[in-house]
Design a protein. Structure first.
Length: 94
């Protein structure tokens, strides 16, 4: 394994780790918001599913989630770019 391979793999691992942390952080916040709404409104499992679905829908429309949406969009695009550049980057080494 050459230096280029190691650099690309390290960049890929770093991008994925950052993306994963942001994704789980956002999912945890969405879950907490849905549970809070369920506690405030009451209801059973069916209401819980509805609260979860509406909370996930709010993620795409509400301004308070804008920062999370942008962060995930940028990190996803960066991750895709690193994956796409990999074969080109590694082909030059061979």
């Amino acid at each position: 394994m050459g230096a280029r391979d190691i650099i690309w793999l390290a960049a890929l691992v770093l991008c994925f780790a950052i993306w994963m942390v942001n994704m789980f952080r956002t999912l945890y916040r969405l879950k907490a918001r849905a549970e809070e709404r369920l506690r405030d409104g009451g209801g059973g499992p069916v209401a819980g599913i509805g609260n979860t679905a509406s909370t996930f829908g709010e993620f795409f429309t509400r301004p308070e989630w804008r920062r999370d949406r942008r962060r995930l969009l940028v990190m996803t695009a960066t991750l895709f770019a690193v994956i796409a550049i990999g074969p080109l980057f590694l082909a030059q080494a061979g």
